[in-house]
Design a protein around this ligand. Structure first.
Ligand code: GLY
Length: 374
């Protein structure tokens, strides 16, 4: 079976690699360089328990399932390439610095408790015993031991190597401009210089997923970019965080490579990716208030990424009404976490026409009530 994939982020690469392992012939098109957009800007949190919103139980279950699948995904990757990053089961400490925060944390705690998740509400003193760098200003915290993280940048490079070593054709600097169809079914794609025939096509182009011609407007995925600024700092011996520290306004993620990533703003600015003084100031101030010793850390990178947000902020996974056209897009804040569940379920659907239980709430057709059929 010949399959074309549009988008060389972690999702597109993961799908391509798994399809190759199962005998398909795969060509992957990336408009720029592999893994340089959201997959690079992400902090690599595998944190379904910290990130679940009050109305997002199905999404949390999807995240839980993906976290469960991560070891299998990583072990399979280690069969095809080297230096695969490990899952760091470091947990998340949600911190509060005033009464407002504490009330908010209490609601987050109650919600998680009702869902029977492993969660603790602790005092500032107890939080500092576990994470000594926390400021005396931290008065309360929620501890979520089951959250984890991974080096997303290393993971993407491994997926690229695995994709090519398994025989995939990787076409970087190759923007797909047109999807071709005939009789309601996909036939192939075009770039400005060539035409390609495929049995099936996967659109995994993140917030660029609406920009390919050939998909009728009402089937286009309702996705927009949401800008997130992120700062990378160099760790020093006197600023070693044990795990993820976050509040509603920032997160700090200590990475294996000797850095700490501080994120993230959430801005509706279209495709603007320029970091701003205001965005950086807010992140630094909020993080510094909770972890004062970041003050002296060297800043080594300031960037902004674009999260691909669907209208309901959940991913869109599965075959569309155009036969042979599959979506694996709209992962918003959760792309790194949701990679294994997206990859395994869409590969199963592509090769065996079977839809995994975990993704049934995230099908393309769910937007049809508002005239968007995706
Ligand atoms: N998941 C982290 C972010 O979207 O900023």
């Amino acid at each position: 079976m010949k399959i074309g994939i549009i988008g060389g982020g972690i999702i597109g690469l993961g799908i391509g690699w798994q399809l190759l392992r199962r005998g398909a012939e795969v060509t992957l098109f990336e408009k720029g360089t592999i893994g340089q957009e959201s997959s690079y800007a992400a902090a690599g949190m595998l944190a379904p328990y910290a990130e679940v919103g009050f109305e997002e139980i199905e999404l949390m279950k999807l995240g839980q399932e993906s976290l469960r699948l991560y070891p299998k995904f990583i072990n399979e990757l280690a069969e095809d390439t080297e230096n695969v990053p490990e899952i760091d089961r470091c947990g998340t400490m949600l911190v509060g610095v005033d009464r407002d925060d504490t009330e908010h944390l209490r609601r987050l705690y109650d919600f998680r408790e009702k869902l029977s998740l492993t969660v603790e509400m602790i005092t500032g003193t107890e939080a500092r015993e576990r994470e000594p760098l926390l400021s005396p200003k931290v008065v309360s915290a929620v501890w979520l031991p089951d959250d984890a993280q991974i080096d997303n940048r290393a993971l993407v490079q491994c997926l690229k190597e695995a994709f090519t070593s398994c025989g995939g054709l990787l076409l970087e600097q190759n923007k797909v401009t047109q999807i071709h169809r005939s009789g309601g079914a996909v036939k192939g794609v075009s770039t400005p210089s060539s035409n390609f025939q495929f049995d099936k096509v996967v659109l995994a182009a993140g917030c660029w997923s609406r920009q390919v011609s050939g998909i009728p407007d009402k089937l286009k995925p309702p996705i927009r970019p949401v800008k997130g600024q992120i700062i990378t700092m160099q760790k020093t011996p006197d600023c070693e965080l044990k795990g993820i520290v976050r509040s509603p306004r920032f997160y700090l993620v200590p990475k294996e490579d000797g850095t700490i990533r501080l994120g993230a703003t959430s801005e509706e600015k279209g495709f603007d990716k320029m970091p701003t003084a205001g965005g950086q100031k807010e992140l630094l101030e909020e993080a510094w208030e909770a972890v004062p010793s970041i003050y002296d850390l060297p800043l080594i990178e300031t960037i902004a990424g674009l999260r691909p947000a669907s209208r309901d902020h959940a991913p869109i996974i599965g075959q569309t009404r155009m036969k042979g056209l599959y979506y694996a897009t709209g992962h918003y804040r959760h792309g790194i976490l949701l990679t294994p569940v997206t990859v395994y379920s869409i590969v199963e659907e592509i090769l065996n026409d079977s839809i995994a239980e975990a993704v049934k709430s995230f099908r393309p057709g769910r937007f049809s009530k508002t005239g968007q059929e995706a």
